[in-house]
Design a protein around this ligand. Structure first.
Ligand SMILES: C=C(O[C@H]1C=CC=C(C(=O)O)[C@@H]1O)C(=O)O
Length: 377
């Protein structure tokens, strides 16, 4: 049998055995390690047909970029290990994550505000309702960190997150995302759009105020519903018995409060988790509305290509079950350089200052797991 059930595996043993060439995803439903997948599939069509021809028990694993026309990094794995979900305390923070210093911001916070102002002009002109604009920053470590130690630091910092690491070829994509794009497990489909954010605060009283303000914010609710409606529309042709909650709930990560909606459905015959993910991606949680205008603005004003940031990371098995998370709160590690990314939604009522503050808060997920401060230049 090609799949090892791994009765004795725990998240700690899977983290111990993770290597730079591996695929790792921990979710609230379990942990998957594919030790060395045959990455080599670069498009959605190749991925679909390879999965259809694969031996029973094989997993398709890896990442698709934000722009599905660009090359994916996906492969099949016949050797897969599983463990029960992480719980607080199941992973201890590694001692030796290397010290890091800021190298650059792209764009710098001032230029980012100018980009947000340009997007607001487009919204005022009437052809755009929302666009998610991102920033990137580079940290340099004193010595090249091992992907395994960064992965363990992320897992220890937020066991409720979708913690992932996947090989990109000489680079590793690593992150702790709050957002499940879609899963199909035990005959049920779950999509979990997360839009609307407020930073956590070390002072519990202020932390509570931040959460309450988020729950009461008309702007954040409007933005949230825009994404939930689009997700429901994309799922409708592939599912039946779609259930969309009327109101979002609060979600707490180590660094952020979010508004979250759990949309559930039953999959139509033959629809796999991969089909669902490719039909949904990218949602307006990472792109905007209308989709075409938002992509245009992203291409015009973001000074870098997103590649796998805001792409999707996950797996699908030969029975069609699987999980795909959105690649958020993540970075790309190459030798001693860690390139981080963060974005925030710009809508009619946004301000450039709020946009910059939002992205700084999103960056904290990786910075605090690394023990690095907020010092932006
Ligand atoms: C684009 C990011 O987050 C998105 C997902 C959840 C909430 C978001 C927000 O409230 O702006 C973002 O749209 C990111 O973390 O880089």
């Amino acid at each position: 049998m090609s799949v090892r059930a791994g009765e004795h595996d725990t998240v700690a043993t899977l983290l111990r055995d993770y290597r730079p060439e591996s695929f790792f995803l921990a979710s609230p439903r379990g942990v998957v390690l594919a030790p060395s997948p045959a990455f080599g599939l670069t498009s959605p069509d190749e991925a679909r047909s390879a999965l259809a021809d694969a031996r029973p028990g094989t997993l398709l694993v890896g990442a698709f970029p934000f722009d599905l026309r660009r090359p994916a990094r996906v492969g099949l794995s016949e050797r897969v290990r599983h463990a029960a979900p992480m719980v607080p305390g199941s992973v201890t923070t590694p001692a030796g994550v290397s010290a890091v210093r800021w190298s650059w911001n792209d764009p710098d916070p001032g230029a980012y505000q100018v980009a947000v102002a340009r997007a607001l002009d487009r919204i005022t002109a009437g052809d755009l309702r929302k666009v998610v604009l991102a920033r990137s920053a580079e940290l340099i470590a004193d010595r090249p960190p091992r992907p395994a130690e960064l992965l363990a630091a992320l897992a220890a910092s937020d066991p409720s997150a979708y913690v992932f690491a996947t090989d990109l070829g000489r680079r590793t994509l690593l992150g702790a995302s709050p957002e499940l794009l879609v899963s199909r497990r035990c005959g049920t489909v779950l999509a979990n759009p997360i839009v609307g954010s407020a930073p956590r605060d070390p002072d519990p009283v202020q932390d509570g105020h931040n959460a309450t303000a988020l729950l009461r914010s008309v702007k954040e609710h409007q933005e949230h519903h825009m994404v939930v409606d689009k997700v429901a529309d994309a799922l409708a042709p592939l599912c039946r018995r779609l259930r969309v909650p009327k109101l979002p709930e609060l979600l707490r990560t180590a660094q952020m409060w979010h508004l979250s909606s759990r949309v559930t459905a039953l999959p139509r015959e033959g629809v796999t988790a991969l089909d669902l993910a490719l039909a949904l991606h990218p949602t307006p949680a990472v792109c905007g509305r209308p989709d075409g205008s938002a992509r245009e603005v992203i291409n015009e004003v973001e000074p870098f290509r997103r590649d796998f940031y805001t792409g999707i990371v996950g797996w699908t098995d030969t029975w069609g079950d699987g999980e795909w998370a959105i690649a958020l709160r993540c970075g790309e590690l190459r030798d001693a350089s860690l390139r981080l990314y963060a974005g925030t939604g710009v809508v009619e009522t946004s301000t450039p200052e709020e946009g910059a503050a939002g992205t700084s808060a999103q960056l904290r997920t990786l910075l605090s797991a690394l023990g690095a401060g907020d010092a932006e230049r």
